[in-house]
Write a protein that binds this ligand. Structure first.
Ligand SMILES: NC(=O)c1ccc[n+]([C@@H]2O[C@H](COP(=O)([O-])OP(=O)(O)OC[C@H]3O[C@@H](n4cnc5c(N)ncnc54)[C@H](O)[C@@H]3O)[C@@H](O)[C@H]2O)c1
Ligand SMILES: [Zn+2]
Length: 667
């Protein structure tokens, strides 16, 4: 009977871990923390060791967690890609060393490296050229994402020095914090949900179908292992130095040490200093340095015996939840916020944490006065990962989510399939009004000097403006009575506003704050339609025909201009002299010479850069696409173009032209 239960328990754990693997590797979502995941995996490992009769070759303890997708060609790895065993303590590491000492002779030296938190990748080089990039997948085979990887600047397309003729090199694709923060800033400016954390965003980026989208993401590739036959190195440390000399980005933090005690010093140092690194790390990887010893040690079903990951503990603390408040964004989205008893966590004092949405609150069953666990994992904003139920007051009351806007009282809406509640009172809800004007004046939009976010709130509160069109009728004597408004700053404000009427159309379009219309989309729309009137009269069907405009954007644009209020805004902005169409100068540089023609640009060019080439195509009415299909009219081929593109173009009978041919076409 007991045994029966054990079998059920083992199977249930396997099923649960498979589901988490799927969420993590395929959907790029984390439903439980890594620590919880690892704890469950350890429990399963122990049970399987105790009850070997329930062996299953497909158990998550024996297999790498990822999968191949159907969106890219599947490539078999010539050398398997393994996972790593995990350790959490000095004892774990000493046990590991003892196990190895039974298998190899002599002193063991170790290379310590940081464990970069991103998505694994295997790059194949032949004769010094990058020929293929494949994700880890299930370890045996992965997705071929070469075109996406080629957009990453730290991946050398051509190597320097003396390198082996063919080899694979493995590393981690990461998204450094700074680039991640910038991407999120842009998403927030476009009224979209920010990405959750750098790891998932890096991993998701590799799965994008359009490599020009990948090129926009500031990804990095950090390399850590070379594999191949007869490479001629004696040690791992040496191979890293060689790789660095050929042009690979191998972080300098790696270190050769002589004992586990020194390994522990390395770990202690980086546990403390990792927050100073530009990218996320989740531990240290320790590898036997001598490659002959590595060979003797070999692999288990899932991981090398000669390497070990040491996971840093996610920084977690517990504190009291004082109150749940609700924030209203400029697009009306509601975010519940936990107000906490202030507590120190990973170098900062945390007072607030996001609770995301109603589902999250229900799932965690978080209540006011609970003692909650706060974690700063991959996410930049700390989050609440659980409740300490042992400390819950017996009289505590379940949280009921607000049904009306916390700011204006309007009943909230929640669209089907969306996690977030919305306040639909777009033009009457204070934070939405202020938020929209703040977005309008922001640097990438109208860039109004002399006017800050705080002043906007004051102006709205004082009833001097109720929308951004009102800014243009403000007079100096209106603003002078405001708190802390001196003569000089009032002048600056009025001047800054007046100067902004010269801002070009595409930025005005972005400034309007239409949901999902970020900087890039605004540019596309401005270019295609050339005036606000043309955009206002476009239908959803017409909008989606524009390159890179999806249905979500199209719906949002149509919805915006359907509102009588929006129409009146545009009319008032027009009356104030704002640029609501492309300037004559801009139009003059544009022709329709290449109308109805689709170009694929590949390789390196000499007279113009790749981006200039693309711009020339678009300015002359042509379309740029990143992949060759029957619809391609021309392939503009530069130096070092990928052989697969050439082959495909030849097969489909597409005209292949040089840079010079192209420039002649438009001159
Ligand atoms: N929270 C969840 O739902 C969930 C689900 C699945 C997996 N996970 C997490 O992922 C872990 C398992 O993932 P995994 O199999 O990718 O293993 P892993 O992340 O523990 O380690 C293996 C990977 O580390 C990477 N790596 C980074 N730096 C390295 C270096 N210097 N040298 C060698 N390798 C380096 C490699 O790409 C390698 O594939 C789990 O332990 C868990 O923490 C979490
Ligand atoms: Zn409201």
């Amino acid at each position: 009977m007991d045994k029966m239960n054990k079998e059920e328990q083992i199977n249930a754990l396997r099923e649960e871990l498979r589901q988490h693997n799927y969420n993590y590797y395929v959907l790029d979502k984390r439903e439980i923390s890594d620590f919880e995941f690892d704890t469950k995996l350890k429990t399963l490992q122990k049970l399987e060791a105790e009850y070997p009769e329930f062996y299953d070759a497909n158990s998550p303890t024996l297999r790498v967690g990822g999968q191949v997708t159907k969106n890219f060609p599947t490539i078999k790895h010539t050398h398997r890609m393994y996972s790593l065993d995990n350790s959490y303590s000095r004892e774990d590491l000493l046990d590991w060393e003892n196990r190895m000492k039974k298998l190899v002779d002599g002193q063991i030296q170790y290379t310590c490296e940081l464990k970069y938190d991103g998505a694994s990748i295997s790059l194949t080089y032949e004769h010094g050229l990058l020929v293929q990039a494949v994700t880890r997948g299930d370890g045996f085979q992965g997705d071929e994402v070469t075109n996406n990887i080629k957009t990453i600047k730290s991946v050398p397309l051509k190597l320097n020095g003396e390198y082996p003729d063919t080899f694979d090199i493995r590393g981690e694709i990461v998204l450094p914090y700074a680039g991640f923060a910038k991407m999120n800033e842009e998403r927030i400016a476009a009224g979209e949900e920010p990405y959750a954390n750098p790891r998932n965003t890096a991993s998701g980026s590799l799965k994008l179908q359009d490599s020009s989208e990948v090129a926009k993401r500031p990804l990095e590739c950090l390399l850590y292992t070379i594999v191949g036959d007869h490479l001629g190195f004696a040690s791992h440390h040496e191979s890293l130095e060689k790789a660095r000399s050929w042009g690979f980005k191998v972080p300098n933090e790696s270190k050769l040490v002589d004992s586990i005690e020194e390994v522990l010093e390395y770990i202690a140092y980086w546990d403390k200093h990792r927050s100073e690194l530009p990218y996320e790390t989740d531990g240290v990887v320790i590898k036997v340095n001598n490659l002959y010893q590595q060979e003797e040690l070999g692999f288990t079903a899932k991981a090398p015996r000669w390497a070990m990951a040491y996971k840093f503990k996610a920084d977690q603390v517990s504190t009291r939840l004082k109150e749940i408040t609700y924030q209203v964004g400029r697009t009306g989205a509601i975010t519940p916020v936990a107000n906490l008893e202030p507590i120190a966590l990973a170098g900062t004092v945390v007072k607030r944490a996001s609770l995301h949405n109603a589902d999250q609150i229900a799932k965690l069953d978080v209540r006011v006065n609970d003692t909650v666990f706060v974690e700063k994992g991959g996410e930049i904003i700390p989050k609440i990962v659980g409740v300490d139920f042992t400390k819950r007051d017996s009289k505590s009351i379940p949280t009921t989510y607000i049904q009306n806007c916390s700011e204006c009282g309007t009943p909230l809406l929640r669209a089907e399939g969306e996690a977030q509640h919305y306040c639909p009172n777009t033009f009457g809800c204070f934070p939405q009004i202020v938020g929209r004007i703040q977005h309008f004046i922001s640097r990438k939009a109208m860039d109004i000097e002399g006017l800050g976010g705080e002043t906007v709130a004051l102006l709205v509160k004082a009833g001097l403006i109720k929308d951004y069109a009102d800014l243009y009728t403000l007079k100096k004597e209106d603003v002078l009575p405001l708190e802390r408004m001196a003569e000089k700053s009032a002048d600056n404000l009025i001047q800054g506003v007046q100067k902004s009427i010269e801002i070009p159309f595409e930025r005005v379009l972005f400034a309007l704050g239409i949901r999902y219309v970020g900087e890039t989309v605004a540019k596309k729309l401005a270019k295609h339609y050339k005036s606000i009137d043309a955009i206002m009269s476009a239908t959803e069907e017409q909008l989606v025909m524009v390159d890179e405009i999806g249905i979500k954007i199209a719906e949002s644009v149509v919805e915006f201009f359907k509102q009588p209020y929006s129409v009146s805004l545009i009319n008032r902005l027009r009356a104030s002299g704002l640029q609501l169409e492309l300037s004559a100068e801009k139009l003059a540089s544009q022709t329709t010479t290449l109308a109805d023609k689709t170009f694929v640009v590949s390789g390196v060019f000499t007279q113009v850069t790749r981006n200039e080439l693309k711009k020339l195509i678009e300015d002359n009415g042509g379309k740029v696409s990143s992949s060759i299909s029957a619809k391609t009219s021309f392939l503009v081929a530069g130096d070092k173009m990928g052989p697969s593109k050439l082959e495909k173009a030849t097969k489909l009978g597409i005209s292949i032209i040089s840079e010079v041919d192209f420039l002649n076409m438009i001159r």
